[in-house]
Design a protein around this ligand. Structure first.
Ligand code: F0G
Length: 362
């Protein structure tokens, strides 16, 4: 029998809405590494196990591929010839790639000038129909919802329930790998689809294992973290002009508002928010101390975990999973800016000059 990894729908087929005849649209998504941080816990001098679920290693470099394999599989099954989404960049890249795979068209609405360079590059390469709007993600989202009433296109934003079904498999993978659910699960929150999906995944696995009381104790506390300039879950109301360097989560009107509050309440979790400076600090820490390069929005999960560990809200001895939602290569501009003080040396191409350059740094 082949041991080839065929994607998350094959792996979790019995927990997903497909049957034997469904044509699966996959690029080998899922099965991402759960990496235990080795240096940061000792730097912060706390006895905690922090794992990162590195979703930046999905085929298009973000967690969106989990949802997109399901959404596009079902769109094709239902006869759709075109999909559409609004996006801060990752959903559009993912939608474009899966549309190509399926042989259908992808239309993507993105905020002009506000998506990271790598995301634009991929979406162009995947040959999507890119529509740049003079507006933000939230206005793109409301246009997409409206247009789908007038044109034969399937929405593949996370308001499409198949997206949530695909993304819930990340929770399955974590439990399958650890053998248990973590005590805390930390996530960046934008449109709030992902926190909704993880909660659904944890709940479904827990339900398999017994009565309601057992279910409660078998699910993690969900911690949702936002950028301070785009933090509707902190203010408790929609934000009109969201702003943050973490463009992936530059969202003021989350579509999964009620679901995310439900995850927070049922898990006795919380929301918090962080300045761009704090987000970038966590972004740099992951690269500098752990060799893990994620995009800025992703590091919001670690920023949150570190704050709550420091204050004792997350107790020592806890097992914590932080989802790193996207790959650092998505946003090279921010990464290079983060390192503007570390100038690479330029020297003559001689043995002596290389020797000197090395000895100077020892
Ligand atoms: N992290 C990254 C890297 C993202 O791209 C997103 C969302 C989030 C976190 C937040 O996830 O919306 O489920 O709460 N990006 C969407 C997009 C909105 O269009 O790519 P969420």
């Amino acid at each position: 029998m082949s041991t080839r990894y065929a994607g998350l729908i094959e792996r979790y087929r019995n927990r997903l809405p497909v049957d034997d005849y469904t044509r699966i649209i996959s690029i080998g998504e899922g099965n991402t590494p759960l990496i235990q941080l080795q240096n940061i816990p000792s730097i912060i001098a706390k006895d905690v196990d922090i794992y990162v679920k590195f979703e930046g290693l999905n085929p298009t470099g973000s967690f969106k591929d989990r949802g997109m394999t399901m959404a596009v599989t079902k769109a094709v099954e239902n006869g759709s010839q075109a999909i559409i989404c609004a996006s801060t960049g990752n959903t559009s890249a993912s939608a474009a790639a899966y549309a190509v795979r399926a042989g259908i068209k992808a239309f993507v609405l993105i905020p002009d000038g506000k998506i990271a360079l790598g995301k634009l590059a991929q979406t162009l390469m995947y040959d999507a129909q890119i529509i740049q709007i003079n507006g933000n993600f939230d206005s793109g989202m409301s246009l997409v919802k409206e247009i789908s009433k007038h044109a034969p296109v399937t929405i593949v934003n996370s308001i499409n329930p198949f997206r949530i079904d695909g993304q819930k498999t990340a929770a399955f993978e974590i439990i399958d790998e650890l053998g248990y659910a973590p005590d805390y699960h930390c996530l960046p929150v934008g449109n709030a689809g992902n926190i909704t999906a993880y909660w659904k995944g944890y709940t479904e696995y827990a339900q398999d294992q017994g009565d309601l009381k057992a279910v409660v104790s078998k699910r993690p506390v969900m911690c949702g973290y936002q950028a301070a300039g785009a933090a509707p879950f902190i203010s408790g109301k929609m934000v009109d002009n969201p702003e943050t360097i973490a463009t992936a989560i530059r969202i003021g009107r989350p579509q999964s508002w009620d679901h995310a509050w439900n995850a927070q309440k049922e898990s006795a979790g919380w929301f918090d928010c962080f300045s761009d400076e704090k987000i970038l600090e966590a972004h740099k820490m992951l690269s500098h101390y752990e060799g893990i390069f994620c995009e800025p929005a992703s590091a919001t999960s670690l920023a949150g975990a570190l704050k709550d560990i420091a204050s004792g809200k997350i107790a020592e001895g806890s097992k914590i999973v932080c989802t790193l939602t996207g790959n650092g290569l998505k946003d090279p501009d921010t990464a290079i800016n983060q390192c503007k003080d570390s100038h690479p040396v330029t020297i003559d191409a001689t043995l002596d000059a290389v020797k000197k350059a090395i000895l100077d740094k020892m």
